[in-house]
Design a protein around this ligand. Structure first.
Ligand SMILES: [Fe+2]
Ligand SMILES: [Fe+2]
Length: 475
């Protein structure tokens, strides 16, 4: 069951060939997917052989097989973690009942919406990152970008499989629409805000994969608890790939910091202009990028109070992060949670029904996880003897969604007036000058083992290969 059938046109471990109608429908979608990849996937990459990891089974030993392949021939397919026939729903009003193998009619619209919203983010990030290959700081980094891109493509496949198998004609139409929306398109944009932002340079890419792929981790973790068993099983497998995406972000920023700290020590300076003149990225710019990506990403969790969040939980569609490890009643009726609101110009906490605050619960879990990695970045600075530390901004900073949208906050959590915001904004968020400077560093460095001057080499290569391995063959 867990071995992937590669003799099929569509690699899968779901016995696809036994369901001819579904197989034909997915084989009909496949060429549209490849057209989408050719149109808005990684720019100029068609002829390259890339050292990619491909899943051949969902077992720990089998999901990572490495070899050089052309990306458009990547074995995108359908992989579900093994099922457990006795699995029970473990939260919400249906707690203790058997998990669903098909979609109950009354939850059809909500489940479709959840799957489409998740599915929409996957091709969106490929579109956002499509030009980055042209300015890769090394062949190693180029390969990591492409690995993430093909896996986001596979995540789209995972959601499209669910839509085709369980949602009939509506599902097939949604699967088509997933290829029609485009990140940043004025007329037909992607569903969520952060997925319509540009990823203009590699510092933005590392921040995106650190913060925004981590949003993916938390959303997928919540869906991995779902009473709808096929959704739980497919998201569990997606999580193994998401971990690598966050690794690329975390190690990428670490390497930028390593290089910046080395330049600061060489020149014995913390002057941003001198650091820039030496071809490294100053810490102020890194902090502003962090502020931007963090605040845009925490908006993805949605409004702090949401009746939909309560419905999704109580009906068993979406659990909490690590639901199974929590020791409460997993029903949450009558419990409360603290959210923030602005009262008389001040931020105050207020208690609201926990079921309605589950977006905020997930956001707070995300924040804890994010801060842990920022502390690891600070270790790089500490080891280099640099006294500056990176911090995540206050969670009310630069918010566009929920009760905190529309108020002006400093990163350290003070409500500020329009005048102070206007005066300080350029210290808090990346400026056109920051973007222009970072863009000026982005030149393509792709000789094996060579690295752009603004980033340190990684400690190790991929799959125990040397750092100067030929990760991409340009042909
Ligand atoms: Fe993904
Ligand atoms: Fe990802």
């Amino acid at each position: 069951m867990s071995t992937v059938n590669y003799s099929d046109k569509i690699p899968n471990n779901v016995n696809l060939s036994e369901d001819r109608t579904l197989q034909r429908a997915l084989e009909g979608w496949q060429p549209n997917f490849v057209n989408w990849w050719d149109d808005v996937g990684p720019d100029g990459s068609t002829g390259y052989d890339v050292y990619l990891r491909t899943a051949v089974s969902v077992d720990p030993q089998g999901w990572a097989q490495f070899g050089h392949v052309k990306m458009r021939d990547y074995r995108w397919g359908i992989f579900l973690n093994p099922g457990d026939a006795s699995r029970e729903i473990h939260f919400g009003d249906h707690k203790g009942e058997k998990a669903w193998q098909d979609v109950p009619g009354e939850h059809r619209a909500n489940l479709r919406r959840i799957i489409v919203t998740q599915g929409d983010t996957e091709p969106a990030s490929v579109e956002q990152q499509r030009h980055l290959g042209l300015t890769a700081p090394s062949m190693y980094d180029l390969r990591n970008l492409y690995q993430i891109n093909v896996e986001e493509g596979r995540h789209l496949w995972a959601m499209v499989y669910l839509l085709h198998k369980h949602f009939g004609r509506d599902g097939r139409e949604e699967a088509e629409a997933l290829l029609q929306r485009t990140s940043g398109d004025v007329d037909n944009p992607r569903i969520l805000g952060a997925f319509n932002e540009k990823t203009p340079d590699w510092l933005a890419f590392f921040m995106f994969t650190y913060f925004t792929d981590r949003d993916g981790k938390f959303q997928l973790s919540a869906l991995a608890e779902s009473a709808f068993d096929p959704l739980a099983r497919t998201t569990k497998f997606m999580l193994t790939e998401e971990a690598h995406h966050m690794f690329v972000g975390e190690s990428g920023v670490s390497r930028v910091l390593t290089r910046t700290a080395a330049v600061m020590n060489e020149l014995k300076t913390d002057d941003a202009q001198k650091v820039r003149a030496a071809g490294a990225i100053d810490l102020g710019t890194i902090q502003r990028y962090l502020n931007f990506h963090y605040s845009v990403t925490i908006d993805l969790f949605g409004a702090d109070q949401s009746s939909n969040a309560a419905i999704f939980y109580s009906s068993g569609l979406k659990g909490r992060y690590e639901e199974g490890k929590r020791t409460d009643d997993h029903v949450l009726k009558g419990q409360t949670y603290k959210v923030l609101e602005v009262k008389d110009g001040q931020l105050v906490e207020k208690d609201v029904p926990m079921l309605n605050a589950l977006n905020e619960v997930l956001r707070d879990d995300f924040i804890k996880d994010s801060v842990a990695g920022v502390n690891r970045w600070n270790k790089v600075l500490e080891k280099a003897g640099i006294p500056t530390r990176l911090t995540v901004p206050h969670k009310a900073f630069n918010r566009q969604i929920g009760a905190l949208a529309g108020i002006k906050m400093s990163p350290d959590g003070r409500v500020v007036g329009e005048a102070e915001w206007a005066a300080k904004k350029s210290e808090w968020l990346p400026t056109p000058d920051d973007f222009a400077f970072v863009a000026s560093l982005m030149g393509r460095v792709v000789d094996p083992g060579k690295f752009a001057g603004w980033i340190a080499p990684p400690v190790m290569g991929i799959n125990r290969q040397p750092v100067d391995f030929e990760y991409v063959r340009f042909g």
